[in-house]
Design a protein around this ligand. Structure first.
Ligand SMILES: *[C@@H]1O[C@H](CO)[C@@H](O)[C@H](O)[C@H]1NC(C)=O
Ligand SMILES: *[C@@H]1O[C@H](CO)[C@@H](O)[C@H](O)[C@H]1NC(C)=O
Ligand SMILES: *[C@@H]1O[C@H](CO)[C@@H](O)[C@H](O)[C@H]1NC(C)=O
Ligand SMILES: *[C@@H]1O[C@H](CO)[C@@H](O)[C@H](O)[C@H]1NC(C)=O
Ligand SMILES: *[C@@H]1O[C@H](CO)[C@@H](O)[C@H](O)[C@H]1NC(C)=O
Length: 467
């Protein structure tokens, strides 16, 4: 009886002590942060407090006050929840004491202390330590102080990443700049927790198999995503790809894909006949017999143009282009047969679109709608878009995208809008969007999709810009 009580009673006492210690810590943290404010002169110059709390920089005497404030709040919250958890545990143990012997083993006890007590305490400790003091002056010529964004994050890898990197030799580099900035999407701040989880790894070791987390961060606006210094996982049984004379129209080897984050485990499973295929856009894209008909066979719909007709508008002039949409590279395959090089955008929305495009022998551009396209002005002969930009899209967003496309399209280049669809009542708005650039209309077709929806296809040519 006495023996079985020992670990329990001991644990109870220790928990009690822990609570007292924690309470003390909370007080110390509060006091020390108060002291920091105090020593920074905050209780003496009231007008300064106002200026610096509400001013543009919010940096006072080397302190990023807002970050410090946020961080202290965060730590206090963490400690509070830890205290609540410990209290609950103690209560639970009190209850169990009355019942017969439910003894906690040493191992469980140890694990509990490590995971529920020590780790949160450590994290809280690190959080407070990591407030960096920005340099009072900018670096050399620059008058800009250190990026206050750094203090938003606790994980050291993110902080290192977004810290501007000075050139080793001083002076300017080949770009004519004094330092290199690694950028992250501003919405990363909104997903601080997820991003910190993503960036929490051992440098040089294997990454988690978490491309899906990365993609989620990206499509939610944390784009660009920081680079990582861990080794990406690959299929253990990766086979060399099929030669290019075979890869174009052959379903790739499923062993070359890591399937763990998809619903399917092989390419055959992605068939449109399988209701559990795990993706909804571009169903049928993984069936080569169906894909082979696209853009070469006359369809019953007037909105389906043939590649031969489109290229016939500008014989010999179309050599490079961008396919902006959801697909498995079939457009690139057909265009390759015409000696046209196509870069295909791809996101892995429920299926390995990027892997499929690459294994077929084309270039998958892993890009979201968030960003300016990584091509220079007036460079593309062709932009083809299908299956992605539909009637769901915000008109202002669409305006930015279309102007970006206009930017990269060369004078005389073709914009092929392929089966865009929207509700009938929205058609006028979207038509205005496409026509606002005063491109030459080579083809223009509208066809009903359903009772309320319509398809729109167009082949437009960017005019020369004389001025
Ligand atoms: C920095 O200042 C020096 C002298 O004022 C000037 O020669 C140099 O070009 C400046 N560097 C940059 C990157 O502006
Ligand atoms: C593809 O090319 C290789 C040589 O480059 C040849 O051995 C092979 O038979 C070709 N495959 C087909 C299906 O033509
Ligand atoms: C597609 O077109 C080819 C000739 O261009 C023809 O042989 C084939 O039967 C057509 N397929 C369908 C399903 O219409
Ligand atoms: C498609 O139809 C047009 C006219 O109806 C015809 O000239 C053309 O040869 C057809 N193309 C194919 C691939 O069937
Ligand atoms: C593509 O280029 C190859 C080699 O230059 C040539 O033999 C072939 O006829 C071209 N195909 C087309 C459709 O122009």
């Amino acid at each position: 009886m006495g023996r079985s009580c020992l670990p329990k009673c001991g644990l109870g006492r220790i928990m009690g002590w822990l609570q007292i210690v924690l309470g003390g810590l909370v007080i110390i943290v509060s006091l020390s942060s108060l002291f920091k404010f105090y020593s920074a002169g905050f209780f003496m110059h009231n007008e300064d407090i106002c200026r610096h709390f509400y001013g543009a920089t919010e940096v006072y005497d080397g302190f990023d006050i807002r970050a410090l404030n946020d961080r202290v709040g965060e730590v206090l919250n963490r400690m509070e929840s830890l205290q609540v958890k410990l209290e609950k545990t103690v209560q639970q143990m009190e209850k169990e004491k009355d019942l017969a012997k439910t003894s906690v083993t040493k191992l469980v006890y140890k694990k509990f202390l490590e995971e529920e007590v020590i780790r949160p305490l450590y994290a809280a400790h690190i959080s407070l330590r990591q407030i960096r003091l920005p340099k009072a002056e900018g670096i050399r010529n620059s008058t800009m102080k250190e990026e206050p964004l750094i203090n938003t994050f606790v994980i050291e890898e993110i902080r290192k990443y977004i810290t501007p990197k000075e050139n080793r030799v001083g002076k300017v580099n080949i770009y004519g700049t004094e330092r290199i900035y690694n950028t992250i999407g501003h919405a990363c701040v909104l997903m601080k927790k997820e991003l910190e989880e993503y960036m929490d790894y051992d440098i040089g070791s294997y990454c988690k198999d978490d491309w899906n987390v990365a993609q989620k961060l990206m499509v939610n606006g944390c784009d660009p995503l920081p680079r990582r210094r861990c080794l990406t996982r690959a299929s253990k049984v990766y086979q060399k790809p099929y030669p290019i004379n075979e890869s174009l129209w052959k379903l790739p080897d499923g062993r070359n894909v890591r399937w763990s984050n998809y619903q399917c485990r092989n390419f055959e499973c992605l068939s449109s006949k399988n209701p559990k295929r795990g993706y909804s856009k571009c169903t049928g894209c993984f069936e080569m017999e169906k894909e082979k008909l696209k853009w070469v066979n006359n369809s019953s719909l007037p909105v389906d143009f043939l590649i031969s007709d489109v290229l016939g508008v500008k014989p010999g002039e179309i050599r490079i282009g961008l396919d902006f949409g959801v697909g498995t590279g079939t457009f690139a395959a057909r265009m390759r047969e015409k000696n046209v090089t196509i870069v295909s955008t791809a996101l892995n929305l429920g299926a390995p679109f990027s892997e499929m495009i690459a294994l077929r022998g084309f270039i998958p551009l892993y890009a979201t709608l968030n960003q300016r396209l990584p091509f220079f002005d007036n460079t593309m002969d062709l932009i083809h878009t299908t299956g992605f930009m539909d009637g769901w899209i915000d008109l202002l967003l669409m305006d930015y995208i279309l102007f970006d496309w206009d930017r990269i399209l060369r004078p005389g280049g073709l914009l092929w809008i392929d089966r865009f669809f929207c509700t009938r009542k929205d058609l006028d708005d979207y038509m205005y969007m496409f026509l606002q650039f005063r491109y030459k209309k080579h083809k223009w077709a509208i066809a009903p999709k359903s009772k309320d929806e319509v398809y729109l296809s167009a082949l437009l040519e960017k005019p020369p810009r004389a001025i």
